[in-house]
Unconditional design. Structure first.
Lengths: 908, 101
């Protein structure tokens, strides 16, 4: 019999041996030696064997002893997945390589638009789902140790002097320490940790050899050959096929799903995959491994049931059977096999989980809390290492707590199925993500949430036993007294096996929620692009994603590498690379090979995705992520909008400036006009004033003046004052009219009469020879307007004709005619007209036609224009007539009402 | 649809059928391993029911299927490995038109 301390020493020696193996493998990889072995399909296949944990090693025999061949389902599912590598795994591995995923959480979040929420959800679910599995490893190790501890008690684990919980604690602590030392010895996260892979491969061989050795011993040593063994099997308690069909199918599918979704399987199968071709080799080699490892399970169970005393724990037959036959060496080998199974699983599982926890939970939180912290040298590295170690400890603590909570009483197989059920919830989101472009982030979240909640309620909580996590009432009456919410009979469907029940409902409702929500929601652009890349991953040429690092500055790369790797390591790496490029002592050229190597080096510290992003920032160019592109697009869209806004503003400004310029011009013009007006006024005032002054001086100073002269001079003064008065009257009139202060006195009158009055007034007292003709009108036109003002306009026009018509026989014709919209009265004389360039200015104040005689101040037409404006009409000069022609237009509104119908019909 | 010649030379044709076999093998395995669903179960209430499947037979059948699948996988790997990448037909074999959506 072996003593406990011997066992501990052997364990330690075994661990040290693994350490050495891992160390040598790491060193060989660093030196570039032994690549043929390190990256061989054999090692890949063997590393897959972490699927076979302590559950397989101990639990399968116990499972077989209790339920016959049902244990096989756990291996048939993965075998089918491997044999069907062409359908799913090939796709997953391609995606894993092209997207550089670091974990299953990374893959799912990356597929659904790099959603961190999804990554956190998947990580938490994985941690919760795998916790029972880790507890299971603790339990298996503790159970196997307990056998050695109390051999006298006949293998029952309840012997005196051995505290199971304490032992579990020490095993957990030891495994945690082991994993921390082993897994984070170097900050080696996702890319090929050769040390661990080799150690896992060695352990895979150890556990297979151990189980085969025990099997061979049992079949040929105890049972007496194959035939006898088969006979013994048929004669035993499990001698007939009695597996329920539903459990057979459900468990096969569950194990297949879990094989794809378990974080540690994903780690070795996808992340650690060196070469896609290994997949096809593993597609037959790994099923062969599974077949061998489960080959002797039934014989061992049957012989164990035969030979060992009743009540022995069948989970421990693998160790207790050789022990009972005093095969201490074989028992020790078997124990080491189980120990290997448990430790390798725990190491890889906690590594995978801690990667997820630190990458998706701790790092984002840390980066959010200490902004800018990542720029300090070495910081990132320490934080990542600490986050990983902390995560490992937390996960191990969870496992231990679960072990304590479940009381260590459950059979290994039951605990394992619970864990499988939890991680299998990833399946719809995973499969939908790689096969269906329509899958959306919200769909994945809803599916995962639904499935996980059902799993939690129907599988995990009941696993603690009745009245532990869930009260008996809930088991019998349902949650909150709702009968359809009973954890083992959802929707009132009873009679199903609890495992089948939980798996069926959680997975089917999960898939349903995922599909329905995906159909109803719309993915954002990154999601759609990622979806297209994932689903069409096989259509894209699988060219290596090398950098064309022509512009990368080696110095920038050096600075970044120092930040992450630490100064010394980065310098050593750069020196080695420079030596490899035959330029020792300088910075290496940024060749694609060098940048690739650097990226791998960085990826080992901060994860592939981060490393890739960092290198691409500096190298630029080849592989820009969709998010980068979108960010750039967003930015340029913003800039475009900004510039268009600027453009509009500048257009508005220039418009305003033009308006201002215009206004300024007007003001200048007005000012000029005012100046001209003032100078005109003063000129107009000065001329009569000058003559008044001179003649009044003559009258005052001249001593002798004839009476006739006196009269003449006085009358000149008189006429000049009249002229002044008239000028001032005109000015006053004009200013009144222009300011709109004029009050119109409306009255009615016949046009003919008005014209006659004007002609009479204008020609009275004039010595002129102007002959005025008024063309006869067809009808009387009655006007309703300020007749006095109108007469004033007419008088002015007639007077102008008198003054300026230089014809020998001056003649003015006045003709009125009705138009569609009013009345037009033409004043046409037979003079020479007004020069074209003067026509535009004759209505200006003080303008007098050049060369004109006469005494007008040049205000007449200006006044006429103002009056006509007030009356609602207009006065215009008619060009292209024989003489000077003006037209006075009166709108229809001034025509008196009873003439309306006449006015509207054009009169000839 | 992937464009290509309608008829292939014999070797390429054989390779494609090998790949078809690779794809179909898991379906065959699933079908064979689900055969136990139709085996009779022992019914304690009914003594006259058919004899349950003896354990040794079940064991031999299931492991027989296993060995067969492993052997077929190995055989297909020997026939198809390497040629896929070398002849460049991998992409045309793997491009499935129904995924273009």
């Amino acid at each position: 019999m072996l003593a406990l301390h011997q066992l501990v020493i052997v364990c330690l020696a075994y661990v040290i041996f693994l350490f050495v193996v891992a160390f040598l493998a790491d060193r060989a990889a660093l030196r570039g030696q032994g690549a043929a072995l390190l990256r061989s399909p054999l090692v890949y296949t063997l590393s897959l064997s972490i699927y076979c944990t302590g559950w397989t090693f101990y639990g399968a025999v116990g499972y077989a002893a209790r339920s016959g061949l049902e244990y096989l389902t756990i291996y048939l599912g993965p075998s089918l997945v491997m044999i069907g590598w062409w359908w799913v795994l090939r796709r997953l591995v391609s995606i894993g390589r092209s997207q550089r995923v670091t974990s299953i959480a990374d893959l799912i979040s990356s597929r659904y638009g790099k959603s961190n929420v999804l990554a956190i959800v998947v990580t938490l679910m994985a941690v919760i789902g795998v916790t029972p599995y880790i507890a299971l490893q603790l339990q298996s190790v503790v159970l196997s140790i307990s056998i050695f501890a109390v051999p006298e008690a006949g293998g029952t684990p309840n012997g005196a002097g051995f505290n199971m919980t304490q032992a579990a604690f020490w095993v957990a602590a030891g495994l945690a320490l082991f994993t921390v030392l082993f897994g984070t010895r170097k900050l080696n996260v996702n890319e090929r940790h050769h040390g661990i892979v080799i150690a896992v491969a060695v352990e895979a061989v150890v556990k297979l050899v151990a189980l085969l050795a025990v099997g061979v011993f049992v079949v040929w040593g105890l049972a007496g050959g194959v035939g006898d063994t088969l006979a013994r099997i048929d004669a035993s308690a499990i001698g007939a096929w009695e597996v329920q069909g539903s459990r057979w199918a459900a468990l096969t599918m569950l194990s297949a799903a879990a094989f794809l979704c378990l974080p540690r399987m994903f780690q070795v199968m996808v992340v650690e995959n060196d070469d896609e071709r290994y997949l096809q080799i593993a597609s037959w080699a790994f099923p062969a491994y599974l077949m061998l490892i489960s080959l002797f399970v039934v014989p061992i169970a049957v012989v164990g049931l035969d030979l060992l005393p009743a009540g022995s724990n069948p989970d421990l037959f693998v160790v207790s059977l050789p022990l009972s036959q005093n095969q201490n060496g074989l028992a020790m080998l078997s124990f080491l096999g189980g120990f290997s199974s448990a430790t390798s699983m725990v190491i890889v599982a906690t590594l995978a989980l801690s990667t997820m926890v630190s990458n998706h939970i701790v790092m984002p939180v840390w980066l959010a809390l200490w902004q800018g912290g990542a720029t300090q040298s070495g910081d990132v590295r320490n934080v990542v290492i600490r986050a990983r170690r902390l995560s490992i400890l937390i996960i191990m603590t969870f496992g231990f707590l679960y072990y304590r909570a479940s009381g260590g009483g459950g059979t290994l197989a039951a605990i394992g199925t619970i864990s499988f059920g939890g991680v299998a919830q990833f399946l719809p989101a995973l499969m939908g993500g790689i096969f269906w472009r329509g899958a959306t982030r919200l769909g994945a979240l809803w599916g995962l949430g639904t499935g996980f909640a059902i799993w939690f309620f129907t599988m995990l909580l009941p696993s603690f036993g009745v009245d532990a996590a869930l009260s008996r009432d809930i088991f019998e009456q349902g949650l909150m007294g709702l009968g359809w919410l009973r954890p083992q009979a959802l929707f009132g469907i009873e009679g199903l096996d609890p495992t089948v029940h939980a798996v069926f409902w959680s997975l089917s409702l999960n898939a349903l929620a995922f599909l329905v929500v995906s159909l109803l929601t719309f993915p954002d652009p990154i999601e759609r692009l990622q979806g297209a890349q994932f689903v069409n991953v096989l259509d894209q040429p699988s060219a290596s994603r090398g950098w064309t690092a022509s512009v990368a500055g080696s110095e920038d790369l050096m600075i970044m590498a120092q930040r992450i790797l630490g100064a010394r390591e980065a310098q050593a790496f750069f020196e080695a690379q420079a030596r490899a490029q035959n330029i020792p002592g300088q910075l290496p050229e940024p060749s694609p090979a060098f940048v690739q190597a650097l990226e791998r080096e960085l990826a080992a510290s901060v994860g592939a995705a981060t490393a890739h992003a960092m290198v691409s920032q500096i190298v630029g160019g080849t592989s820009v992520s969709v998010q980068d592109l979108l960010a750039v697009a967003d930015e340029s869209a913003q800039m475009l909008e900004h510039s268009s806004q600027l453009e509009q503003k500048s257009r508005e400004l220039s418009e305003t400036a033009a308006q201002l310029r215009l206004a300024n011009e007007k003001l200048t013009q007005l000012s000029l006009q005012k100046d001209a007006f003032l100078s005109q006024i003063s000129h107009e005032l000065r001329t009569p004033m000058t003559s008044i002054r001179s003649f009044s001086e003559i009258l005052r100073d001249a001593a002798r003046l004839s009476a006739a002269d006196k009269t003449r001079y006085a009358s000149i003064i008189h006429s000049e004052t009249i002229r002044l008065t008239r000028l001032l009257d005109d000015l006053l009139d004009l200013s009144v009219l222009e300011n709109g202060q004029v009050s119109l006195h409306f009255g009615q009158g016949n046009l003919q009469d008005v014209l006659q009055r004007a002609v009479t007034t204008a020609t009275a007292g004039m010595a002129g020879s102007l002959k005025v003709q008024i063309a006869p009108m067809a009808q009387d036109v009655l006007l309703n307007t300020d007749l006095d003002r109108l007469v004033q306009v007419f008088i002015n026009l007639i007077t102008n004709a008198q003054k300026y018509c230089l014809s020998e026989a001056p003649e003015l014709t006045i003709a009125a005619r009705m138009q569609r919209d009013g009345l037009a009265i033409e004043f046409v004389d037979n003079g020479q007209g007004i020069a074209v360039d003067e026509q535009a200015v004759i209505f200006e104040k003080f303008y007098r036609v050049s060369g004109a005689q006469g005494d007008g101040a040049g205000l007449g037409l200006a006044i006429c224009q103002e009056i006509m404006l007030r009356l609602g009409g207009r006065i215009t000069y008619l060009p292209n007539r024989a003489g000077t022609a003006f037209e006075v237009f009166l709108p229809g509104s001034v025509l008196a009402r009873h003439d309306a119908e006449v006015a509207l019909s054009p009169a000839s | 649809m992937a464009k290509g010649p309608v008829f292939l030379e014999r070797r390429t044709y054989r390779l494609r059928r090998m790949m078809d076999a690779v794809k179909l093998l898991p379906l065959l395995g699933f079908a064979l391993w689900m055969v136990p669903l139709i085996w009779p179960l022992p019914d304690p209430a009914d003594q006259t029911s058919a004899d349950p499947m003896p354990m040794s037979m079940a064991l031999l059948y299931l492991f027989g299927v296993w060995v067969f699948l492993v052997f077929m996988g190995w055989l297909l790997w020997r026939r198809t490995a390497g040629k896929m990448g070398a002849s460049g037909t991998a992409s045309s074999l793997s491009s499935r038109p129904d995924e273009q959506g």
